[in-house]
Design a binder for this molecule. Structure first.
Ligand code: URP
Ligand code: ZN
Ligand code: ZN
Length: 467
């Protein structure tokens, strides 16, 4: 018998960012070759009856094989991070190539390519982190790197070793505008954070649970407003990462209403966890330290509304994996270290889709199409990968999350696949989980086992912004 396809995902309900339809998906040579009812025979079949068939997730914010400015390496590399992502339904991620001061950006990116080649499990791109916008970096490296498929870069308004002055931000925005690159901004007012922190430390409030108070929502709101203003002055497109609070949403809402080129994301931790979750004594609470910090229940409600009404464009994990009980992780400066010297960040690659589906779609806050837009299509579009990624369409890469919408799972780190030793979501009850994940036509996760080798993931050269 001749077979028309390498793979057919049969009998499922295809969900895209715009519609939901009963369709078979036929795959040939790693791409979607046909969509229709009763497609012909295939070498391999996936029975998707009772399942949702969605574009594989695109995680546009994660830290993989990244060395921090203080020298710590993230726990996940391109293999462990990729496997973990795939087991949660994500088939593409865009980690950072992080420049430290004094480095040429082109050398930095070459190093991240070496880290990914032979290790990557899913497809990947790189956002650049610019901490030293020297003339040669902006005039020579950046144009080359954008042309090589990295048309996005992140700048920091906080963290001593990374932050840019407003003037440097303007230089970066102007260069990005010339190159049609997106500028991602970590928006927190550095001096406000430093001032608040010194008051807490002086009062003896050094434990991890005091971290949220050290980085007030006002500091995030002010910096978000300033970042949008500076981007506007330089004519650049700006993307506000990890929005956590109402004070940051306000200038985004205003800028969007004015038709400015402003986009923004939030992350599951800001939707599901709050500062109250970490208001207990002891080092254990270090697992919740991230910046911006966890906020309040009213902030969570505002973020959900902003996802539903389009103020926020996507949900990324900000997977920043530092193990809790590890001297190369949160314990780098000991269990009695003040919160200021504990590495920032929490893991979330694998749980991003399950958490958003369970808390968003199952609880009626989002439609299934909004879920697809927020987790896959919008990041693919904004970062120059659409329709190769983020779509179920003939010609697109056959990256699919075949979803069991009824499966109930109590989150347990023991069942996850990253290289971490905790999840901040331990014990959470969820509904909806990937039954199978398909990457370029290969079943890489069948709900029980991982299939595929390190190095199967490919670099995705991304296109610059259209205007
Ligand atoms: O705390 C966080 N989010 N750490 C990761 C680095 C960053 O700023 O995204
Ligand atoms: Zn950040
Ligand atoms: Zn981050």
């Amino acid at each position: 018998m001749t077979t028309a396809f390498d793979l057919v995902v049969r009998g499922g309900t295809v969900v895209t960012d715009t519609e939901t339809r009963r369709l078979d998906v036929g795959v040939r040579d790693g791409r979607i070759a046909a969509l229709g009812e009763h497609l012909g025979a295939a070498v391999r079949e996936v029975d998707a009856a009772g399942r949702l068939v969605m574009p594989g997730g695109v995680d546009a914010h994660c830290h993989i094989a990244q060395r921090s400015s203080s020298g710590l390496m993230t726990a996940d590399d391109f293999f462990t991070g990729g496997v973990s992502a795939a087991c949660g339904g994500t088939t593409t991620f865009v980690p950072f190539a992080a420049q430290h001061r004094g480095q040429r950006l082109r050398d930095v990116v070459a190093g991240y390519h070496r880290a990914a080649e032979g290790r990557a499990f899913i497809d990947y791109g790189f956002h650049l982190i610019v901490s030293d916008p020297a003339e040669a970096v902006l005039r020579e490296d950046l144009p080359d790197l954008v042309a090589q498929g990295c048309p996005s870069l992140k700048v920091y308004m906080t963290y001593e070793a990374l932050k840019l002055t407003d003037r440097q931000m303007l230089d970066v925005f102007a260069a990005a505008a010339r190159l049609r690159a997106m500028v991602l901004v970590h928006a927190e007012n550095s001096d406000a954070v430093a001032w608040q922190t010194s008051r807490l430390l002086a009062a003896g409030h050094t434990e991890p649970r005091h971290h949220p108070a050290s980085r007030p929502a006002l500091a995030e709101g002010e910096a978000t407003h300033r970042a949008i203003a500076l981007a506007g002055l330089a004519g650049a497109a700006v993307f506000i990462v990890h929005v956590s609070c109402r004070q940051a949403l306000a200038p985004i809402i205003q800028a969007k209403a004015e038709g400015r080129r402003v986009w923004a994301e939030t992350c599951p931790q800001y939707l599901l966890l709050s500062a109250a979750d970490m208001d207990r004594p002891g080092f254990e609470m270090a697992k919740f330290i991230c910046s911006p910090p966890l906020r309040s229940a009213p902030d969570q409600a505002a973020l959900w509304e902003a996802l539903s009404d389009g103020t926020l464009d996507l949900v990324a994990s900000d997977h920043a994996p530092y193990r809790l009980h590890d001297v190369n992780g949160k314990l780098a400066h000991g269990a009695d270290a003040p919160f200021t010297s504990i590495p920032n960040g929490m893991p979330g690659l694998e749980l991003r889709l399950p958490l958003l589906f369970s808390e968003g779609v199952v609880k009626g806050r989002l439609t299934a199409s909004q879920f697809v837009a927020l987790t896959s299509t919008n990041p693919a579009r904004l970062y120059g990968m659409y329709p190769r990624k983020g779509a179920i369409a003939v010609g697109s890469d056959a990256d699919l999350a075949v979803w069991d919408p009824d499966r109930e799972v109590v989150v347990s780190h023991a069942a996850l696949h990253d290289a971490m030793d905790y999840t901040p979501f331990e014990g959470l009850r969820t509904t909806g989980w990937p039954a199978c994940t398909i990457s370029r036509g290969e079943i890489v996760w069948d709900g029980r086992s991982v299939h595929g080798d390190a190095g199967r993931g490919r670099f995705v050269a991304r296109a610059p912004l259209e205007h």
